[in-house]
Design a protein around this ligand. Sequence first.
Ligand SMILES: *Cc1c(COP(=O)(O)O)cnc(C)c1O
Length: 388
Amino acid sequence: MKIDKADRVKKLPPYLFKEIDRVKAEVIERGVDVIDLGVGDPDLPTPDHIIESLKEAVDDPSTHRYPSYSGMNDFKEAVSRWYLKRFGVELDPTTEVVTLIGSKEGIAHLPLAFINDGDISLVASPCYPVYHTATMFAGGSSFFLPLKKENRFLPVLDDIPEEIANKAKLLFINYPNNPTAAVADQEFFSKVIEFANAYNVIVCHDAAYTELAYDGYRPISFLEVPGAKEVGIEFHSLSKTYNMTGWRLGFAVGNSEVISGLGQIKSNIDSGAFNAIQMAGITALDSSQECVKRNCEIYKERRDVLVEGLQKIGLGIEKPLATFYVWCEVPQGYTSARFASLLLKEAGIVVTPGNGFGEPGEGYIRMALTVDKSRLEEAVSRMEKLSF
Ligand SMILES: *Cc1c(COP(=O)(O)O)cnc(C)c1O
């Protein structure tokens, strides 16, 4: 029998990290103590009070049954309380909140609700790859908006050709940003809302990193900006905020029609997030946010070690205000891939080549602050010995 994969699978971009993975295996084989700054997955554990809450919830048999498709009411109410307290944004828990099995799940399903064959998603790039693969799975295509240093890694909406803007159905943005660690202000979001209204484009703001910020900076929610709820939704996740990547819990909030469209797709594909995990999520959102603050203090210390180290070596970068990523320009004469390969082969340091997040990321590498301070000190001291 001949097994023939669907075009949408055949159209998936080649796996850009294959070469890095191959060299990494080789370097480990050689006995090198590899420092992996490649993955954006917190190394710190989920806080104890959240784990305790899950244990209790699991013992309650009522959590063992099918959850409600759109999420537990209690969880959606906790999300609304958290949004009000954190951002001053009011949300109707029944129509403006949907529970997700991690925000990736919601991002991946959203285009199925709004993209028809040939429709366009506007995707700020470099980016989390799910925005454009999900668009492609739904039969659409992506028009990439390059994020450039000279524009503080914000897309320039005026540069979008008129005929593309007219055809566009969705706009994906993400601030604080992965991979560039850039942040957005109210003024930028206001322009986004104006654009969305002018061209009838649904805004999807991925807000996975709003809680990881430093030096007194507090990222805003897209929904705080007047008019936002008329044009879009925001994706949120407990993964990065509470070190819960493995638990799979997130949510989308905002425009009720967009939320209901996403809910219709979800109710035909999955059956919601495990109730016990949603109950632990309530604990996370309702309890003191002291654990998040402590996390940020740890990442800030790591950020300072790495960035100050890189600056000393002569790599011109600034300290990011948010996220646990450092987005670093490669030295003159290198491509992202060649510099990443040098760091791996000569210093045993894994970083992600910037072009892996989209072509506009060429010329950069991304380093994740998900290893402890002493390992970052070691990484810097290894880099000091390289010549580039
Ligand atoms: C980690 C990440 C996500 C996914 O988070 P989950 O809730 O764990 O699915 C979404 N967007 C960005 C930009 C991320 O970095």
